[in-house]
Design a binder for this molecule. Structure first.
Ligand code: AMP
Ligand code: MG
Length: 325
């Protein structure tokens, strides 16, 4: 069985083709790059409209299959930017109807976890999901993926990108901030963990202020990472302690950061937990994760009528009925 998954929650239009055993036959994606500032919803949607036919074609070519070989079509139903979500939804509905195949709407955040579990071998981890739009500490308990902690304001990826723009880095700032941080030294930054939740607006304002005061980019990048990542590790560690789980999974676009990986690894080692990071090409938003979560839901017997495939921009991780676990 082959599943084609479409991702279009934000900046990325991605198409993945995955087998029912989890083999990724294709994972093609293209990212919208804003000329100035952050993601402009209409521009991002236009990017997805313009690119979707070619990305689907390229994914089929890479997988060496025909569209008629696809048995199941899936798409990111939410959460995300409505203009962007709609493009993936319309494309997926059209393909499913035209080829008379089942269609499933998939929760974007949970698909990041499921592809991570599939590719690392983690079975029942506490997941730190860190991306441009989301920051959540999640674990499966009582039949649902529960959020044990999350950001109260902006996501860590967005905070890093905003800070990056302030110091003149082209979007996305994450990888460039990581590089500059290697040559930086410590300056004070506010550390904001409230209970199990996090806030990145304070550190963002302080980094901007210090930059205006003449503190070097390198020192700011280093200190921003050290403080923000320490906050993430603290909440993840407490979730591990609460749940008694023995694995930690790092996923989402920010999972590419080697320093964050290192800090989590140290915490896990100290607690005797196993640490896993999603493979790099499956870390950021992509269609393969949507396809794989689709396979899981399909095997569990899920079926969605077209009327049930409206986008759900605020679809929370803990609202999803997890039929496959
Ligand atoms: P996603 O939304 O999951 O596609 O992830 C995109 C986010 O990951 C953006 O905010 C990037 O800046 C961030 N990102 C990518 N690579 C890195 C990195 N090496 N360090 C920190 N953030 C990163
Ligand atoms: Mg994401």
């Amino acid at each position: 069985m082959l599943c084609l998954g479409i991702e279009s929650t934000a900046h990325t239009f991605g198409v993945g083709i995955v087998s029912d055993t989890g083999e990724v036959l294709a994972n093609v994606k293209k990212m919208y790059q804003p000329k100035v500032g952050g993601i402009h919803p209409k521009e991002a949607a236009q990017h997805h409209i313009d690119n979707s036919p070619y990305i689907i074609r390229d994914a089929l070519d890479v997988a060496k299959v025909k569209i008629s070989d696809i048995d199941l079509f899936c798409f990111s139903q939410g959460p995300g930017i409505p203009n962007c979500l709609r493009i993936g939804a319309v494309v997926a509905r059209t393909l499913a109807l035209k080829h008379e195949k089942p269609l499933l709407g998939i929760n974007h955040c949970i698909s990041h976890i499921e592809i991570g579990k599939e590719k690392t071998g983690a079975e029942d981890p506490v997941t730190l999901y860190v991306s441009g739009g989301n920051t959540q500490v999640i674990a499966f308990t009582g039949g649902k993926y529960r959020c044990f902690g999350e950001t109260m304001d902006t996501a860590i990826g967005n905070a890093i990108d905003q800070f990056g723009r302030e110091i003149g880095l082209v979007h996305p700032g994450g990888p460039k901030v990581e590089k500059l941080a290697k040559d930086g030294k410590w300056v004070n930054m506010p550390y904001t963990v409230k209970g199990m939740d996090l806030s990145f607006s304070g550190i963002l304002s302080e980094a901007k202020r210090k930059f205006k005061d003449g503190v070097s980019k390198e020192d700011l990048c280093f200190s921003f990472q050290e403080v923000a990542f320490a906050m993430l590790v603290e909440v993840t560690e407490r979730a591990v302690a609460h749940t008694g789980k023995e694995e930690v999974l790092l996923t989402g676009g920010v999972a590419a950061n080697k320093r964050l990986q290192e800090m989590l690894e140290i915490m896990c080692k100290e607690r005797g937990a196993k640490f896993y990071t999603v493979p790099f090409d499956l870390a950021g938003d992509n269609g393969a994760m949507i396809a794989w979560n689709g396979v899981l839901a399909h095997k569990a017997g899920e079926k969605h009528e077209i009327a049930e495939t409206k986008i759900n921009q605020k679809w929370r991780t803990d609202q999803v009925d997890v039929s496959w676990l």
